[in-house]
Write a protein that binds this ligand. Structure first.
Ligand code: COA
Length: 320
């Protein structure tokens, strides 16, 4: 027995912000952003919260799977931008979708969050502890961006994606997961400083800091190795794979990974052009868009791969 994806769903905020819109409020241009990243526009949240987008995505995934919230036994949300420090986003989802039986918690693995949620859920399902799970990747990254730092804020967007999992005879074939905490500083966002009566710190809000070139080098070096590892574990080569569904950070990263694997770029579907980088939400949103378009056929071999803050990475090879 393994773990199969039974349904997908996603939710983006209403408001579209184009590169030209950003050029009106900072020193940038559509040409700079598009040629360096492939991003044309992104959605930014106004009223939408991380938990709201999660619930919408979850309900759509449940409908796609033909299941109800009451049946779900486990909920894991990959996020670093929940509405609260506590309760977790997963507990908010549990309440709103009526998943009364479910155990619910969040994981923070940044842009690899959906892959880490899938890996954890797979372990629970394989152990026979739960029969099904709802996993999500969701972010409101716009609230932790420094909107005066043009080299970072233009890259990111907001949204949520979800998948319903079940124990099944086909599905997940192999995983490759990893972290390199020693390099975590190249993509970071500090939490609240200690502010107890023994210490006094200014409580300025903290924003995302990124060394773009170091992150780029990490991604183009690590991701092909991670994908080669899941292929080798399953005795397959890149030619056996129908789709490589990668975290949507930058079109140049996708092109470089395709080249290193010797695979046509056409096998690397894209949502970053209209979504930007939505960290943990990128992979499930793209997967849902492909599912809605009928691009995923039963029996297709698919690789999902996430990478980013931590530094962290995770890849899975699965049969649809
Ligand atoms: N608009 C216009 N100019 C900008 C700009 C913007 N939004 N952001 C930076 N620039 C300028 C810089 O100030 C610099 O100007 P200078 O040469 O006069 O000093 C110039 O563009 C080049 O900046 P640089 O940072 O060297 O650009 P780059 O070619 O490395 O591209 C990234 C920057 C961020 C697009 C690229 O490094 C990247 O994609 N990295 C990976 C990031 C990523 O994917 N992170 C998430 C992973 S989960």
């Amino acid at each position: 027995m393994t773990t199969r994806i039974m349904g997908t769903g996603s939710c983006l905020p209403q408001t579209v912000v184009t590169n030209d819109d950003l050029a009106k409020i900072m020193d940038t241009s559509d040409e700079w952003i598009r040629t360096r990243t492939g991003i044309r526009e992104r959605r930014l949240a106004k009223e939408e919260t991380t938990s709201f987008m999660c619930c919408e995505a979850a309900l759509r995934a449940l409908e796609d799977a033909g299941m109800s919230g009451e049946e779900i036994e486990l909920i894991i949300v990959g996020t670093l931008t929940g509405d609260y420090v506590t309760p977790s986003t997963a507990c908010e989802v549990q309440a709103k979708i009526g998943a009364k039986r479910a155990v619910a918690f969040d994981v923070n693995a940044a842009c690899s969050g959906f892959l880490f949620a899938l890996h954890i859920a797979h372990a629970y399902l394989q152990a026979g502890i739960y029969q099904n799970a709802l996993i999500l990747g969701a972010e409101t990254l716009s609230k932790i961006m420094d909107w005066s730092d043009r080299s970072t804020c233009v890259l990111f967007g907001d949204g949520a994606g979800a998948a319903v999992l079940k124990r099944d005879e086909r599905g997940v074939l192999s995983f490759d997961m990893g972290c390199d905490g020693a390099k975590g500083h190249v993509l970071s966002c500090k939490g609240r400083p200690n502010n107890n009566p023994l210490v006094s710190h200014p409580t300025e809000p903290e924003f995302v800091h990124m060394d773009g070139q170091e992150v780029y080098k990490f991604a183009v070096g690590r991701v092909p190795k991670s994908i080669q590892s899941v292929l080798a574990q399953s005795g397959m080569d890149a030619g056996d794979i129908s789709w490589f569904v990668l975290h949507q950070a930058n079109i140049r990263i996708l092109q470089s990974v395709a080249k290193r694997l010797g695979v046509s770029e056409e096998k690397f579907p894209i949502s970053l052009d209209h979504c930007g980088n939505i960290s943990a939400a990128s992979v499930p949103i793209l997967l849902d868009e492909m599912n809605q378009k009928g691009m995923l056929k039963r029996g297709d071999k698919i690789v999902l791969s996430g990478f980013g803050g931590g530094l962290s990475w995770g890849s899975v090879l699965l049969e649809w």
